[in-house]
Design a protein around this ligand. Structure first.
Ligand SMILES: Nc1nc2c(ncn2[C@@H]2O[C@H](COP(=O)(O)OP(=O)(O)OP(=O)(O)O)[C@@H](O)[C@H]2O)c(=O)[nH]1
Ligand SMILES: [Mg+2]
Length: 409
């Protein structure tokens, strides 16, 4: 960290000098008025001295931040299936581990915390109150200022990650009453971190719990990566988990779409069934009952078209509710405004879990948090590249929270 003093005829002039030299990220930690002494008092105006500090952590480039998101998910143990109660951790356990996670929040946030503490520390020294009561009042208001400054920084961090303002305010409103006068910056961060983790909730992936076959639908807008995601999952289920997998496609609107899945089916040596209607899907259901899991591709449809939505609904209803799972596939690069409309339209069709694709094409994960809070749907997988089968992993609330708070910088 660089700490330097600057002087000017006015406070603003001194601040401008500091920002000029240290950059706009510099923070003013102290302001002092220097009154001229002796005779000079008569003809010289006071000057202003400010102390400015700069956190030297170099800003990550867009590319390296994307790489870090990718690396984070790559390191996540590849849990593709939910298999049994062992995996289901209690809320208590989650809370404990999220505190541990909070402690791990890395360099950038802790540098900000140090800067803030310094700022408050020097302000405290400056406070020259007469009485004990006045001193206590000043102390209290400084602590409040510190809490506010910290919340402001957290807000900025979340905004930079494109978390919707509405949800940021919600988080801050919830955390504010729990803050004590003397909350440390780390406590505030840890509180926000835990709230984010709890709001993101437990991820729910595919499960093969019953003896009956599971029929898993992948729905969503065009080009988000539905077919590629199916190929990734099919490969993991068959090769890593040794399950009896079949593929099905109801995407018969484009010839190339069937060919795309056919190629994957051939490579993986799994059967592929093409269905042209919900009636055919009902027949296929009877035929494929003996498989562990059947992954069903659907055509990317416009969420605006009611008829197209109804077609998908009919397909889904061709499979008994207790045997089907539905995943809504969304690209994280889609504008949040559009994601609102898309998720609303699909909510009318069915209850779904969320898959986010193309995490390698962004450096902000705010959309995951926004859509989770908007829909209440469980999070499941994330994909972060075109490579089949490796670029897929289970989403993890703690990882997302850490990223949203700038933890991996
Ligand atoms: N960068 C990146 N590209 C991806 C990812 N997943 C899929 N893609 C690419 O996105 C493009 C579309 O993928 P598809 O799997 O065909 O998408 P789809 O949703 O099935 O598309 P439609 O069937 O046309 O609706 C392809 O070029 C994929 O390689 C990902 O996680 N990251
Ligand atoms: Mg497709």
């Amino acid at each position: 960290m660089i700490i330097k003093k600057f002087q000017g005829n006015t406070e603003t002039e001194a601040i401008l000098l500091a920002k000029d030299e240290l950059g706009k990220e510099a923070i003013v930690t102290n302001v002092k008025v220097i009154k001229p002494k002796g005779l000079a008092r008569l003809f010289k105006k006071p000057t202003y001295e400010i102390t400015a500090a700069l956190d030297e952590t170099p800003p990550k480039t867009e590319l390296s931040r994307r790489e870090s998101i990718k690396a984070m998910f790559k390191d996540n143990p590849d849990i593709i299936l939910d298999d049994g109660p062992e995996e289901k951790s209690s809320k208590e356990k989650e809370a404990v581990s999220s505190i541990e996670g909070a402690k791990q929040l890395e360099q950038r946030i802790s540098n900000i915390a140090t800067l803030l503490e310094k700022q408050i520390g020097s302000a405290k020294k400056e406070a020259s109150a007469e009485t004990k009561d006045e001193k206590a009042d000043i102390e209290e208001s400084k602590e409040k200022d510190r809490n506010n400054a910290c919340l402001q920084l957290i807000k900025e961090q979340l905004l930079a990650n494109e978390v919707d303002e509405k949800y940021i305010s919600q988080l801050i409103t919830e955390i504010e009453p729990t803050l004590k006068k003397d909350s440390s910056v780390e406590n505030i961060l840890s509180g926000i971190y835990q709230k984010i983790v709890l709001k993101l909730g437990k991820t729910e992936v595919m499960g093969v719990t019953s003896k009956k076959a599971r029929f898993v639908f992948f729905i969503g807008p065009t080009g988000v990566g539905k077919t590629t995601t199916i190929a990734k999952l099919a490969s993991k289920l068959k090769l890593d988990m040794k399950l009896n997998v079949a593929l099905m496609t109801a995407d018969t609107y484009r010839i190339a779409a069937v060919d795309q899945l056919k190629t994957y089916a051939e490579i993986l040596q799994v059967p592929l069934k093409v269905v042209y209607s919900d009636t055919e899907l009902k027949d296929a259901y009877e035929e494929m009952k003996s498989f562990d899991i059947v992954l069903i591709d659907t055509a990317g449809r416009s969420h605006r078209d009611k008829q197209q939505r109804e077609d998908i609904e009919k397909l889904i209803n061709a499979i008994p509710e207790e045997q089907r799972d539905i995943f809504l596939v969304l690209s994280i690069t889609t504008k949040y405004k559009d994601l609102i409309r898309i998720t609303e339209a699909y909510s009318e069709i069915a209850k779904y879990r969320l898959i986010f694709t193309k995490l390698d094409e962004t450096d902000t994960l705010g959309n995951i948090f926004n859509v989770k809070l908007l829909t209440g749907a469980p999070l499941s997988y994330a994909t972060f590249g075109q490579k089949v089968p490796n670029d897929i992993a289970r989403l993890d609330a703690q990882m997302i929270a850490k990223q949203l708070l700038g933890g991996s910088d």
